[in-house]
Design a protein around this ligand. Structure first.
Ligand SMILES: Nc1ncnc2c1ncn2[C@@H]1O[C@H](COP(=O)(O)OP(=O)(O)OP(=O)(O)O)[C@@H](O)[C@H]1O
Length: 300
């Protein structure tokens, strides 16, 4: 384990202990997740945009310490699911807990446990890498005396120490994504939520982003929940995946188990077709594809 990741690890553990103490105290609504096994639990989650049902009766548990991939074509309901569990959308139906905290009643406690990299660009091109991460340190109320050290650590973990004082506008797409990861790490989250972290990146940049996520997970035991369109990435990088289609979860399991249940040479694409009755490309409509393209264009 690198010294930097050891620092982040110590921070995460301190956070876990503080939360365990808080959970034991009066007024806490945390009821599960205290076993340390469940990072996220979704039960009967449904979400509606006016008449349109974007997520339908979704049941899913993400285990502590795993890399879980939510996989599905445009419009499958992945981002909506993530927005509800990160408290960015209000819970309409069902029950959602993050490390035992109810997203409806313990919104602030949920937010303290997570780091989130949205699909949309969250770095400011007019600031340097260091200034961007410092901004997040202030937003997350990192103690003044710890700020510089934690900002340096987050930049180093993402391999941006040499570029830290350059404007973000000069960064490549892959560097921007790593900068956003550094921002999301500043409060030493127990759960890192990444919405399409590699969309629009070339294969080398995609590989580098995943390497950093994998190192971080290996060194700190952080839970990672990631959405992606890329089946090959999910296959290689995720401990388990959930296949979503038209708002429903069609299958959950380790990639190897899902494939071998279907046949010796089955691919994840075959698994998807088997459970959804369609191909991966037959996803959402024009507006879904357009919003994904916009993100890819901004990073490209
Ligand atoms: N703000 C909104 N208003 C109305 N409908 C929406 C809104 N956001 C999403 N939807 C619809 O809800 C459905 C699920 O969208 P969501 O963004 O969750 O899918 P996704 O799997 O994340 O797709 P993508 O990979 O394109 O991001 C889609 O049909 C989408 O058009």
């Amino acid at each position: 384990m690198s010294e930097v990741n050891a620092g982040i690890n110590a921070g995460i553990n301190a956070g876990i202990n503080a939360e365990a103490n808080a959970a034991a105290g009066p007024g806490s609504n945390a009821v599960d997740g205290a076993d340390g096994m469940t990072a996220v639990s979704l039960h009967g989650l449904s979400y509606r945009f006016k008449e349109h049902l974007a997520v339908t009766d979704l049941d899913l548990d993400v285990c502590t310490g795993e890399v879980f991939g939510l996989l599905g074509p445009n419009g499958a309901g992945k981002t909506t699911t993530i927005r509800v569990l990160t408290t960015l959308l209000p819970l309409q139906d069902g029950e959602v807990r993050v490390f035992g905290y109810d997203v409806r009643r313990d919104k602030m406690a949920v937010r303290r446990t997570l780091g989130y990299v949205p699909q949309q660009l969250s770095a400011d091109a007019a600031l340097t890498g260091r200034e961007n991460v410092m901004l997040f340190a202030r937003l997350f109320d990192v103690r003044r005396r710890d700020r510089k050290r934690q900002v340096d650590e987050a930049l180093e973990v993402m391999g941006l120490e040499d570029a830290a004082d350059r404007l973000a506008s000069t960064y490549s797409g892959g560097m921007i994504r790593r900068l956003e990861l550094a921002q999301a790490l500043i409060n030493r989250p127990r759960l890192l939520v990444l919405d399409e972290p590699t969309i629009g990146l070339d294969p080398i940049a995609r590989g580098t982003v995943w390497e950093r996520v994998e190192e971080l997970r290996a060194d700190t035991g952080m839970t990672v929940l990631v959405t992606t369109h890329y089946m090959d990435e999910a296959d290689q990088m995720c401990d388990r995946i959930g296949l979503m289609h038209l708002g429903k979860l069609r299958a959950v399991g380790a990639p190897e188990d899902l494939k071998s249940a279907l046949g010796p040479d089955a691919s994840l694409e075959d698994v998807f077709r088997h459970h959804s009755g369609s191909t991966f490309d037959e996803g959402g409509g024009f507006s879904d594809v357009r919003s994904t393209r916009r993100t890819a264009h901004r990073l490209g």
